[in-house]
Write a protein that binds this ligand. Structure first.
Ligand code: DAH
Length: 373
């Protein structure tokens, strides 16, 4: 390989070949290490390793020449130098083997890897777009956020109710004229009670109060969002399946002023600081006194326009002080507790806040509409 051996053999030494000198051994080690570091595969390294251990390998030859060193002490010292040189080469081989093995292992894993990042294509082979929550769901979440920030809890009730929860406990007895505005689907569940798709979220008030009485956990401060059903013909302002959010506070010394304050705070927080609320006398069987609450028309900001019939106000929902008959139905003493309730349409809120002319757009699933929100 290198010329050193030939030289060593040729030159000779009084007692020892030049190949056994430290300098010569260093060169051999350097030479072998350089060859080792240029190996790019375990196979290639194996071939080199057997050459380096072969009978013609310079270090092997050097070891063999030890026998010719006559001086005992010198032979020992030279032997130690050759051994050390051979150890250096062996560890260089071992280190390189480790590097190459790891590299080959990684390459194998990489070749084996499953590519899960495949892009899903739609019918016209464009990447499928990621969806988002529907405007009504976004509106519900935004309303919940406003009320949670005001200290309300969020509760839910069933969409299938019995006559008791939807009507009677809310002071709407059979035959009461108020039932006329709540026509819905009646269900045959094979139970003695009349079952129906709830016409409003107010029955959740009853569930909540019953639970609070049973657990002794009054007071109640809660909002109750959810889906409601009525046999309404869809038009620009009505859907037969729609959403409401109900509010209920039952505590000691609750006044109509508390109700008005909560409605006003909510209105400005949700619609913006220039939108306000007002209460106008109304009738609901489950509140006394009752009111309709109106907010500044969001289309004309109170100037008066076609949408608000030039009044500058738009009705959003109903509210009032919890009727003693409701407290009676759930077993709460109206002398100890008082409360207020309110309810309004979530879809109607979305319509007003985003200026949606026709509410039917919310359920038609026209992507040009849906993607705007
Ligand atoms: N439940 C009524 C409806 O759907 C709205 C309503 C009015 C809810 C007055 C209330 C309330 O909580 O106090 O028409």
């Amino acid at each position: 390989m290198t010329g050193i051996y030939d030289e060593a053999h040729d030159l000779g030494h009084p007692s020892m070949s030049a190949a056994l000198e430290q300098e010569a051994l260093d060169l051999l080690v350097e030479d072998a290490t350089r060859s080792i570091s240029t190996c790019e595969s375990v196979n290639e390294l194996d071939v080199l390793a057997s050459t380096l251990r072969g009978k013609d390998a310079p270090l092997i030859l050097a070891r063999r020449s030890l026998g010719q060193v006559t001086d005992e002490a010198e032979r020992k010292a030279a032997g130690a130098r050759v051994g050390a040189a051979m150890d250096l080469v062996a560890s260089a081989l071992e280190a390189r083997r480790g590097v190459l093995q790891e590299r080959e292992r990684r390459a194998l894993l990489e070749a084996d890897r499953l590519d899960l990042s495949e892009v899903v294509l739609d019918a016209v082979r464009l990447p499928v777009r990621r969806g988002h929550t529907h405007l009504v769901a976004q509106t519900r979440a935004a309303l919940e956020d406003v009320f949670v920030a005001m200290g309300f809890e969020v509760a839910e009730g069933p969409e299938v109710e019995t006559d008791w929860y939807n009507f009677e406990a809310l002071n709407i007895p059979p035959g009461h004229p108020a039932r006329d505005m709540y026509d819905t689907m009646y269900l045959d569940l094979g139970i003695p009670e009349t079952a129906l798709l709830r016409t409003h979220t107010s029955p959740t008030q009853i569930h909540l109060l019953e639970k609070a009485v049973a657990e002794g956990s009054l007071p109640v401060h809660a909002v109750m969002p959810g889906r409601c059903y009525r046999l309404d013909t869809p038009d620009a302002r009505h859907l037969p399946v729609f959403h409401q959010i109900e509010g209920l506070v039952v505590d000691r010394d609750i006044t109509f002023g508390d109700l008005a304050g909560v409605i006003e705070t909510f209105t400005s927080a949700y619609f913006g600081p220039d939108i306000h609320s007002r209460l106008r006398p109304a009738y609901f069987p489950f509140t006394e006194p009752s009111a309709e609450f109106e907010i500044t028309c969001t289309i004309c900001r109170g100037e008066g326009c076609r949408t608000c019939s030039r009044t500058g106000w738009i009705e959003l929902g109903g509210c009032g002080m919890v009727d003693p008959a409701v407290f009676d139905a759930v077993g709460i003493d109206p002398a100890k507790y008082s409360g207020f309730a309110f309810g309004f349409g979530i879809d109607r809120c979305a319509q007003m806040r985003h200026g949606i002319a026709d509410m039917r757009a919310l359920i038609e699933n026209d992507l040009r509409f849906v993607r705007q929100f």
